[in-house]
Design a protein around this ligand. Structure first.
Ligand code: UDP
Length: 478
């Protein structure tokens, strides 16, 4: 029996690496000829901590983790605040020598005829410059794309536009015709990076220019969710696209051991709430709001009259990244008397076990920042969303959900975390009432899509078949 090992290089941020590990697990559980090694860089946001919860890999005998040595000169942190994408790309590029050394070592340890050969690299979005390493070592590269097919379409279109226009997008530019979207796309919902003159645009172009060099593009979506976008890739120029999603950490294992999770308190409170009565608010691993916005959310929740679970984080000391929600600090920020008036009707936490929360029968709606993992988790659990995108490609995801797919209620599509804008209580209240409606069209559609998402990964489902095609590409039948 031919065996094959893949080397995964994920971006060291939770939404990227958990997804990559879960995909590696799916691959090796689907076909026992496979094994995988994950190359782990230091966490982007906290260089002193390992990003992975090792429990994700526990009891996986064919899944290995190599900790790469730290880099000597990480880019200055100021740069992250100026342009996150530029910073991340520089950070990842400085790991190239370590990645090359690790793979060279792996290859030389497999020189005997009965050892398992390396069959390729599976690179994350920001790690695509490592295609050069794969080429130097004679290995194929696959892209593992942790977002959706709509955004993939934007990335594939950028090199052509760049060769014609050569500059960043401006908000005043006309709406964009993209092959992965039915409707013209307003520039305001494109990732902020494409308008960023501090290196963000250049970083995106540098990454986008490598997409077509991949031997295959593996996407964490399923064809029933984004049929129009998926079909647009059959153009004879794009490498084969494998839709293998939803790939999710179903057990919520990645965060289970974290002391940030007050799991039993949250789940106990949810158990006591009626079916579909609670709106859940959560803004990803780094989404944070400053005091004026926190107050408006609180007032919006109060006005709506709905029960709520709110994962609330205030900005960190550098003013931008998701920090903590310390109890004493909160009572100073929230409107006076808010906590007393709310009583048992609501719960505020710092970090929620999101997958478990969304699966709870008490949850009736989700105010989400529209990170791709959150979207897939919400659909999987048939929970309708209200869109409040903040950073990265979330505005484009929100646009797709509301305007193309009818799977979410519009709260905001073009909100930008960096814009200093405050969404007022009235708007928040309106969106919460709408997303919590019991008989809405959005709820019906999300339920249907949720069922499709579960079927997609079953035997004979679209994503399962697509994974089969990927496997046949990696280990061809003799
Ligand atoms: N998450 C969580 N609890 C929180 C915030 C986030 O469990 O309080 C998880 C969430 O379930 C998802 C991931 O963190 O799996 C966030 O990924 P996503 O792509 O939605 O957003 P990102 O953090 O990358 O912006």
């Amino acid at each position: 029996m031919k065996k094959a090992e893949l080397v995964f290089v994920p971006t060291p941020a939770a939404g990227h690496c958990i997804s990559a590990i879960e995909f590696a697990k799916r691959l090796i559980h689907t076909d026992d000829r496979f094994s995988a090694t994950i190359l782990q860089m230091r966490s982007l946001l906290n260089p002193h901590s390992d990003i992975y919860n090792k429990s994700l890999l526990a009891s996986e005998t064919r899944l290995h983790l190599i900790d790469l040595p730290p880099i000597d000169n990480p880019p200055p942190h100021d740069l992250f605040l100026k342009s996150a994408e530029h910073y991340i790309l520089l950070f990842i590029e400085s790991y190239i020598p370590h990645v090359k050394d690790a793979i060279t070592h792996l290859m030389s340890s497999r020189s005997s005829p009965d050892s398992v050969p390396l069959a390729g690299l599976v690179l994350d979005f920001f790690c695509l410059p490592m295609i050069d390493v794969a080429n130097q070592l004679g290995l194929p590269s696959y892209l593992y794309f942790t977002s959706g097919a709509g955004f993939l379409g934007l990335m594939l279109s950028l090199p052509t536009r760049h060769s014609q226009i050569g500059t960043e997008f401006e908000d005043s530019d006309p709406d964009l015709e993209l092959r992965s979207f039915v409707n013209p796309v307003p520039v305001r919902v494109l990732p902020e990076a494409v308008s960023d003159k501090h290196g963000g645009y250049a970083a995106y172009i540098k990454i986008a220019q490598r997409f077509r060099e991949a031997r295959g593009i593996i996407v964490n979506t399923f064809s029933e969710l984004e049929p129009y976008a998926v079909e647009s890739f059959a153009d004879g120029q794009t490498p084969p696209v494998y839709t293998v999603g939803p790939v999710l950490d179903l057990g919520g294992q990645a965060h289970a051991g974290s002391d940030r999770v007050d799991r039993s308190k949250i789940m106990g409170w949810l158990d006591a709430q009626p079916k579909l009565s609670v709106v859940f608010l959560c803004f990803g691993s780094i989404g944070a709001f400053d005091a004026p916005q926190v107050r408006e959310i609180a007032l919006g929740l109060e006005r709506s009259g709905h029960r709520f679970l709110w994962a609330l984080r205030l900005p960190g000391p550098d003013g931008k990244l998701g920090g903590s929600s310390d109890g004493s600090e909160l009572s100073e920020i929230l409107p006076e008397g808010f906590l007393d008036r709310i009583g048992e009707r609501g719960m505020i936490c710092g970090w929620a076990p999101q997958m478990e929360v969304l699966a709870h029968k008490a949850i009736g709606g989700f105010v989400s920042h529209c990170g791709w993992n959150s979207i897939l988790e919400s659909i999987w659990n048939s929970v309708p969303m209200a869109t409040w995108p903040m950073y990265a490609e979330q505005q484009l995801n929100a646009f797709g959900l509301v305007k193309e797919l009818g799977l979410a209620v519009e709260l905001r599509l073009d909100y930008r975390q960096s814009g200093g804008e405050v969404v007022v209580a009235e708007e928040i209240d309106g969106a919460i009432r709408c997303v919590m409606e019991h008989d809405s069209m959005v709820r019906k559609k999300v339920k249907e899509m949720g069922e499709m998402s579960r079927r997609a990964v079953m035997d004979g489902g679209s994503s399962s078949n697509s994974l089969g095609r990927l496997i046949a590409d990696i280990i061809p039948i003799d």
